[in-house]
Design a protein around this ligand. Structure first.
Ligand SMILES: *Cc1c(COP(=O)(O)O)cnc(C)c1O
Length: 355
């Protein structure tokens, strides 16, 4: 497929790197591509960043038929630009596409278009430690129609946003609230897809958690409300004795790439890892026995997010006196070092955009 490039006439002023936060600044250009039943995916183009005109009846607004991805571009010390496992993001986008009845994209073409967009926008990729350029590919249903069915037409876009360091002053452990009142997804639902519906389903409980002074919600399974699923928008790990335990991919949680990277690294280090169902009762009893060493979330935005407090019913536990555990620290250091090209990459995760 051809990729048309239309440059912006006027470039924006770039934000100060030291003042970057998350998701508020957007670069000068974006990638766009359309899909129709007769042409399939077509009209791939890089053009100036800007609003998308929509009919108020556009299906995505009414029925939420949309999917997205999240990854980052990193600037290395010698100025080159790297992506972390980008093919896996586009493979996962197609898994989400299947679940949401959206036509699949060509991962190879999309990745080459993303690289061209990144070359064009390279000055937007910050270089202060911990900063990066967040990449948000999104596909949405575009038919102007109020009936319920999969749309015939779609828009795929990729936007870029320079983001600040997640932990500018070192790790910032989070307090989490375990809920058996609200559920996010169930097996057979949309939990395996990266789709806005899962986020819509999380808002009410997240606000309830915040009101109680907690940062995130720990989700239990939607049927028995016993088995642990995910934390906020991250996968979760428990270190019990010396074993890392994380819930298995059984259809209600997202197959996080950070989760997969944590598992691969731990195995590489000969740390025992178990992907198995784990109940909240097992976690509480491990704490009582003094063998719950660490709890942490994993996801692209934070990489590793240590948890220092857990509230379940009227029990509130502090994990290892609230200190960040050595495994969370080691994983964070190693994954970020690979992402920024400062450590060897034994798994071939990193891709330079000049490749
Ligand atoms: C994106 C996401 C994750 C984390 O996936 P990564 O590939 O590690 O960024 C975990 N859970 C949910 C619900 C997500 O949407």
């Amino acid at each position: 497929m051809e990729l048309k490039i239309v440059g912006a006439e006027k470039l924006k002023e770039k934000p100060k790197e030291s003042e970057l936060n998350f998701g508020t600044h957007f670069t000068d250009h974006m990638f766009n591509m359309d899909c129709s039943p007769t042409k399939g995916w077509h009209n791939a183009r890089i053009e100036p960043y800007g609003p998308i005109m929509m009919d108020p009846a556009t299906m995505v607004l009414h029925y939420g038929q949309a999917i997205f991805e999240g990854l980052k571009a990193y600037r290395t010390k010698n100025g080159t630009i790297q992506l972390f496992r980008p093919e896996d993001n586009f493979v996962r986008l197609n898994i989400s596409a299947k679940m949401l009845c959206i036509p699949e994209i060509d991962p190879e073409f999309t990745l080459s278009a993303l690289k061209k967009l990144l070359v064009l926008e390279q000055e937007w990729i910050p270089s202060l430690p911990g900063t990066s350029l967040y990449i948000r590919p999104t596909i949405m249903a575009m038919d102007p129609y109020l009936g319920v069915r999969p749309s015939y037409t779609y828009r795929f876009f990729i936007i870029l946003s320079p983001v600040g360091a997640y932990y500018p002053e070192g790790f910032d452990p989070v307090k989490i609230w375990v809920t058996d009142k609200y559920v996010r997804t169930v097996r057979g639902g949309l939990g395996m897809a990266k789709t806005p519906a899962n986020y819509a389903a999380s808002l009410y409980a997240a606000e309830a958690a915040k009101e109680k002074g907690y940062t995130q919600v720990l989700w239990l399974d939607g049927v028995e409300q016993r088995y642990i699923e995910e934390v906020g928008t991250m996968n979760i790990f428990f270190r019990i004795d010396d074993t890392l335990v994380t819930p298995p991919l059984q259809g209600s949680i997202l197959a996080g790439l950070t989760r997969d990277s944590v598992i691969a690294l731990a195995k590489h280090w000969n740390v025992p890892v178990e992907e198995r169902p784990i109940t909240i009762d097992e976690v509480m009893s491990a704490h009582e026995k003094g063998i719950l060493q660490e709890v942490f979330g994993s996801g692209t935005a934070a990489v590793i997010s240590p948890v220092n407090e857990l509230a379940w019913g009227d029990q509130v536990i502090t994990i290892k006196d609230g200190n960040v555990g050595p495994m969370a620290q080691r994983l964070y250091n190693e994954i970020t070092a690979i992402q920024y090209g400062e450590a060897e990459d034994p798994f071939g995760w990193v891709m330079s955009i000049e490749d």
